[in-house]
Each structure stands twice: as C-alpha cells, then as structure tokens.
Design a protein around this ligand. Sequence first.
Ligand code: PMP
Length: 430
Amino acid sequence: MNTEASQKAFEEAQRLIPGGVDSPVRAFKSVGTTPLFITEGKGAYLKDVDGNEYIDYVQSWGPLLFGHCDEAIEAAVIDAVKHGLSFGAPTLAETELAKLVVGFFDSIDKVRFVSSGTEAVMSAIRLARGFTGRDDIVKFTGCYHGHSDALLVEAGSGAATFGNPSSPGVPADFTKHTLLAQYNNIESVKKCFADSDNIACVIIEPIAGNMGLVPADKEFLHALRKLCDEHGTLLLFDEVMSGFRASVHGAESITGVKPDIVTLGKVIGGGMPVGAFGARAEIMAMLSPEGPVYQAGTLSGNPVAMAAGYTALMKLKNNARVIDVLNERATRLVEGIQSAAAKYNIPMQIATRGSMFGFFFNDKPVKNFSDAAKSDAELFAKFHTGMLERGHYFACSLYETGFISTAITDEMIEKTVEASDAVFKEITNV
Ligand code: PMP
C-alpha cells in the first residue's frame, strides 16, 4: 500500500496543527503508523490522498449510520444550504427535529440542540446541578463524556489512549466535585454516596463505547437507578455515541432503566455538528430563558445541521428494522473475526449493540476499564495495520468502538473476515 501522499500531508499538517490533527485519537498514535488523509467517502468506502480505498468501519466515529453521501441526507443539506447557512433565529426545522427526538425517547419531553457532544454533556451537567441545587457528580472510570474540565477525569477514548486521563490545564478545584466509580460495580457507587450527600447526578454511558465497547449489565443499571432515587440524585445517560445506534429508542428501551436526562450527538446530526440534551419537562424548565440555568450557542440549531439530522432520523423512523439488520451484520463481523483469531490461538472478547461492535484481544470478559486495559495493545496495533494494508479501515485504538452503516453489505463483511484470517496468519507466522 502506497501512503506517500498521506505521509507528506501529515508532515505539513504537523508544522501547522498540533500533532497534525484537530482531534487526538485520529493521529494513529497508538498504532504507531501515519494517519491517512481522506479525500472522499462514498457509501461504505473511504478514499485517501494516495487513491487507496477502504471499507470504513469508523463512519466518522459514529454519525454516519447510512454511510457516506447518503442521497437523502445530501439532498436535504444542499436544499438547506440554498436557503441560508445560519440565522441565529428560530426555524421550523428545529421544532421538527425536536418532535422526532421526543417521539423516540420516553424519558424526553423537551430537548435542546447544541453543536457537539461535549457541549451537550457540559450543559446537561449544569442543568442537573441547577435542578438539584447540588455540586457533586459521579462518573465512571473509562467513560468519556467530551473534553469539558469537570469530566476530563479518568476518561476513556483519546484520553485513555494517551495515558493522561486528567489533563494539565484542568485546575484541581474544577474536578474536586467529580467522584469516580468503577463501571459495572455498584459497591463503588455506594461508596460515592457514602462519601457525599451532595450528588447532583450520576453520569454514565449505559453502553460504554470509549473503553472499547463495554455494555453495562442490566442489573447494575437497575441498581444505579434505585440508588439515585434513594438519594434524590438524577441519572444521566450519555448516549452521544449509543443514541440511535444501539437502539432507536435509547438504552432505556434495551435495559428497562429510565434516565432523568439524556445526552445525544453523532447520529442526530446525520454527519453535521449536532449535539442535544433532553429530559422531562420539569427538569428542562430550569433552562434559560424558561428558567435560571444559563446555556446558549450562536450556531445551536443550525438549519443545515437540523436538515441533515431530521433526514437521518426520518430514515430511521421509516425503517425501524434497520438497527436489527445492522446488528446481524455487526455480529457476523465480530464472530467471523473471532473464529479467524481462534484458528491461530488468539483469544478475543467480542460485543455488539445494534450497529456498534467491539473486540478485545483478551482471554477474559471485559466489564470495566481495568479489564479493557489488560488487552494486548501490541497485537491490536499489528491487526490494525494489517487490516488497513488490505483495505479495511478500523478505529485506530483499542479503546474505541467500531460502527456498521447500511452501506456495508454481507459481501464486504465476508471480505473483511477473510482479510482478518490472513492478518492473524501473518502476525503469528503460522
Ligand atoms: N459523550 C460520548 C459518550 C462520546 O462518545 C463523545 C464523543 N466520542 C462525547 C460525549 C463528546 O462528543 P463530541 O466529540 O461531539 O464533543
């Protein structure tokens, strides 16, 4: 595979942009290779500046449920663009998208749109604090909730990859209200409640996707709900990644546990920058201008982004089976790779939730971040490079989740599984 043009592009980018990238994890640092500079995405495929093509299992880290350049989303965006890029005034498109979101989520009566997942979570935390009049929050090691100060504590994703979960530049004073618990471990949450009677909310990725894919156990989430109720604490499901990917109706529809606040992102923007947070009316009434909790955004509810999101969610509404179909494919993919690995005595743990998939080179089940961290990172790097060389683009860190889109066919998955066999063969020299 020739990557000369990407290498050259990366050198130039590094002279102008820190690390050559605008978001750390895409730098390919943890796999030790050069990031590919992308020129185009079409359906299931990505094309780089050297003209190489890849089946894309990253899908822009989640948003592209319908693949690249989906016709309907593209047409909606172009139409919106022709009417103006931004007004800073209310539009009908916001209400239409809000109607869809409220219809999909039992726990959401009202929703506010922002421009990123980070913003959604940051605002939702402020809302939870404003509503309860309390300061402390509980988060889980290995869960990533964007890069706002209070949440950059033992976070997953890029923060885990780079081994500096608490970032310099975040004053200790800003994180002193963030209590840490262990994922899937209710005793660790009980300890937080024993340590503080001032907990505004417990924030969790109910289907964690930032330490690899690690879904929470149902019993754990039920116990969490009960604890929150006992202490008058709000339960916040961060579904920026899992929303509309694991299920059309949220993790609450899979687990039977209803959160108080939900944060969304990625898929609801159809590929454009959109985030959102929603809750029952009583909580949302605290938000400015209805209530006293301030939150705002010049480009919030941007008409082009709303058009993309609306079209993506309408596609989902009109074809509710999509997530099940994608889950069958995602399962075929990871089971196929796992069987190929087994031929070469490589142990693998696999998981899927809807169109999300994950795998660990680990001989034990993964329930939390410390389990995930015991996976074979060197083997993962070799696997990633080998797959890339054969035209299969996977997330470049063992702490990330993979994504299937409707553009990825069974034949493509078969090809990817075959390639994985060849890669394992090469790695193990059999
Ligand atoms: N929460 C979760 C669960 C996420 O996965 C992410 C991003 N991967 C975020 C929040 C932050 O979203 P953004 O990158 O759009 O700011």
